[in-house]
Design a protein around this ligand. Structure first.
Ligand code: ATP
Ligand code: MG
Length: 308
């Protein structure tokens, strides 16, 4: 199983959109995928059509109540499982503080199911606290969605430092694999300048032992596309909402690229050729979240966790 944490402590850069649609595209290609909602806002859970407020199962129960991962995940589409977030997750950061081994709870839980899935995609909250740390301890690969404007790069250094710290102290397998430019508008000149800056920065790390020495800007950008912003309010992935739009095209490509990327460690990648995604059958008749639930308020921005 390849475990990929989709991470950026900046809010609203496209993390959840990337997890929901990449997971759906990989699942439609025939891979077994489990997506984890580690964000108390529960946007991934809502995006996939579930109501977070009423759920008794999910990532909180795994992290704090020692519930079994296998028993908390739900089949939400063909080949796609979700460990949902529920309202309890809002308190998880502070509850984790007093638990011994608090950084590696998710890793241990996920490892128990690694033979069952080809991919595990983790949607991180917009902070660098203990929830994110659990994602980084569990993952081998980090995918960073980034908005290519000047402010989008603010905090990028701190993000990489955090990955580096986790790599050195908790999880030597952890590497930044890709940077995905989201909400890209190629007509503006600034995105291309920001892209060139990141490329330069990454090139400087080539051949070093840093956790981002192999990172690359993915050769597909997620274009600005209103359909991507509309789909979550119907509890649909982009392939269910508007399968021929730019957003669907771009995320299909991201899934193909991820499938083609060599995994960082151990397990060989599956060889199934990508197939075209037309529609994704839904095994349960969960109604679309048209009664769009109010997002649970975001956690306070957190400092980089103390890993000493
Ligand atoms: N390519 C795109 N074009 C247009 N809108 C987009 C695109 N990608 C994402 N959006 C919209 O932008 C908003 C932020 O995206 P998303 O929720 O994926 O970001 P996030 O990084 O997960 O945010 P948070 O940090 O709050 O969890 C959402 O309303 C989403 O629907
Ligand atoms: Mg999100």
């Amino acid at each position: 199983m390849r475990t990929i944490a989709v991470l950026n402590q900046k809010g609203g850069v496209g993390k959840t959109t990337t997890v929901a649609n990449t997971a759906a595209a990989l699942a439609a290609m025939g891979a077994k995928v489990v997506a984890i909602d580690l964000d108390p806002q529960a946007h991934l859970t809502i995006h996939l059509g579930l109501e977070p407020q009423t759920r008794e199962s999910g990532s909180y129960e795994v992290l704090i109540r020692q519930a079994k991962f296998e028993e908390q995940i739900l089949l939400v589409r063909m080949n796609l499982w979700l460990l949902p977030a529920n309202i309890n997750l809002v308190g998880a950061e502070s509850e984790l503080v007093s638990i011994v081994g608090r950084e590696t709870i998710l890793r241990e839980a996920v490892q128990s199911s690694e033979d069952r899935f080809d991919y595990c995609l983790i949607d991180c909250p917009p902070s660098l606290g203990l929830l994110t740390l659990n994602a980084l301890a569990a993952a081998e690969e980090v995918l960073i969605p980034l908005q290519p404007h000047f402010l989008g790069l603010q905090g990028f250094g701190k993000l990489l430092q955090t990955v580096e710290l986790v790599n050195k102290r908790i999880n030597p397998n952890l590497k930044v694999k890709g940077i995905l430019l989201c909400m890209f508008d190629s007509r503006a000149s600034l995105p291309n300048e920001v892209k060139a800056d990141i490329e330069q920065f990454l090139n400087n790390a080539r051949g070093t032992d840093s956790a981002w020495a192999q990172a690359e800007i993915l050769p597909v950008c997620i274009r600005k596309n209103i359909k991507l912003a509309e789909a979550p309010s119907y509890g649909k992935t982009i392939f269910e909402y508007e399968q021929d739009c730019h957003g669907a095209e771009d995320y299909r490509r991201v899934a193909e690229l991820i499938q083609d990327m060599a995994p960082t460690s151990g397990t060989p990648d599956q060889e199934a050729p990508p197939i075209e995604i037309k529609s994704i059958p839904q095994p349960d008749s969960e109604a679309p979240a048209s009664q769009f639930t109010q997002p649970i308020s975001a956690p306070e921005e957190q400092e980089t966790p103390d890993l000493s």
